[in-house]
Write a protein that binds this ligand. Structure first.
Ligand code: URA
Length: 409
């Protein structure tokens, strides 16, 4: 076999066999195939696509590149959720404890932020002392005893995805549906859950920009799940507007706590929907009944108690969560109606304040961010408060255009 033939065959729109894919991808993992040849192959895949059978083969090769955790042999109701990435999306911090309060088990391997979208691990690192990389033994013991644990992806879980993802990020090949599907599903299957809910975010602040692509991705995720006898469900949700009022790491932890305290907002609605779907899938009960149980777990504060247990078990000290004391109000310059709050624009402003990285070696300031005080459809008068900026020691140069993500007409 020869890598040039494989690249050429894909460039010409032909299907690759399991062995050809294995040769190319495992060769890349072993350092035998250089970046430039893998980049060419990824670009050919992005342009010409892959069949379902090629995508399932690639998922299999990804899964077998690392350790496979057989959780469902140890626990009965093992669930997992994945979001394709959004702005102000701290649902994991709500859903994990909520699922634990409902008697489910969630062993969540999470990522860091990618581009403008925030990552759960960055949010948890805002909590002083929180250990994002417990030993595998501690991690699964916590899942068994408390019902929920989060770990940054261990180096042993689908190492091939980590390498390929980094290369896709810098070669314009992130949007390929078969590559996204095998990347997501390989990690979910290797991590061991048998009931998996994938929240496909669509819109300006998301990786997937159109409803059509989201539907396409959904089909592929479900088909891969079927091939591995996993129960997979997808929901498609809007990411043109930030999911929560808070954008920034410590602020999003606080917002998740507010939601666990019963604060009525879109983040609560999204979390209830996902948790109810997982409960209904795992325990095979009707969705409406599962939704009621999920609401009860929030309003009785059972989920909040699980959150506190989860944080303290992983060494976190919530009492010392640091939110910047330098707070700047931003006010409306005209009278009007809030027509839109653009997720991408909000994320860019939060990034400028230091809430996420612009370059690989940037340091995140966990204490900064934005707290929105208005929502789409609100009527505002000139001088009304639109948001608070929580800023760090050095204030970046901000221009009018940085605030135009709140569109008042
Ligand atoms: N999330 C992933 O894990 N992989 C992708 O390729 C896209 C979103």
């Amino acid at each position: 076999m020869n890598i040039l033939d494989i690249i050429t065959r894909k460039k010409n729109g032909e299907s690759l066999s399991y062995d050809e894919l294995k040769y190319a991808f495992n060769g890349y993992l072993n350092g035998e195939i250089p970046d430039y040849q893998m980049s060419a192959l990824l670009m050919a895949i992005t342009i010409n696509g892959m069949s379902m059978s090629e995508t399932i083969s690639l998922t299999d090769i990804f899964i077998k590149s690392g350790e496979i955790y057989d959780l469902h042999n140890r626990m009965q109701y093992v669930v997992d959720k994945h979001s394709t990435g959004g702005v102000g999306d701290s649902t994991t911090l709500v859903i994990g404890p909520l699922c634990a309060a409902l008697g489910l088990h969630m062993a969540k391997m999470s990522g860091r932020g990618l581009g403008y979208t925030g990552g759960t691990i960055d949010k948890l690192e805002a909590i002083p002392g929180f250990n994002v990389l417990p030993s595998i033994q501690d991690f699964y013991d916590q899942v068994e005893n408390i019902g929920f644990a989060i770990s940054a992806q261990t180096p042993n879980l689908v190492p091939l995805d980590k390498l390929i993802y980094a290369l896709r990020d810098v070669t314009g090949t992130t949007e390929s549906i078969p590559l996204i599907a095998s990347s997501i599903m390989s990690k979910k299957i290797a991590a061991g859950a048998n009931n998996i809910l994938i929240d496909i975010k669509v819109g300006s602040g998301a990786l997937i920009k159109t409803e059509e692509d989201a539907k396409q991705l959904s089909k592929w995720l479900i088909a891969i799940g079927e091939a591995y006898e996993r129960n997979v469900k997808t929901i498609i949700s809007d990411m043109n507007t930030p999911l929560s009022f808070a954008i920034g790491n410590a602020l999003e932890v606080i917002e998740a706590i507010n939601v666990l305290n019963g604060k009525k907002c879109p983040l609560l609605d999204a979390s209830l929907e996902i948790a109810a779907n997982l409960l209904s899938m795992a325990k095979r009960i009707p969705y409406e009944e599962a939704y009621k149980q999920a609401e009860e777990a929030i309003y009785s504060k059972k989920a909040l108690k699980k959150f506190a247990e989860f944080v303290s078990n992983q060494g976190g000290d919530l009492a010392n969560l640091n939110v910047s004391k330098r707070v700047i109000p931003v006010k409306a310059k005209i009278d009007g109606v809030i027509k839109n709050i653009d997720a991408l624009g909000a994320a860019k402003l939060a990034q400028k304040l230091g809430a996420s990285k612009m370059k690989l070696d940037d340091k995140i300031d966990y204490s900064v961010g934005i707290m929105l005080k208005v929502k789409k459809g609100d009527i505002v008068k000139r001088g009304d408060l639109l948001m608070y900026l929580y800023v760090g020691d050095t204030l970046p140069k901000l221009r009018n255009v940085d605030f135009e993500f709140i569109n008042i007409v």
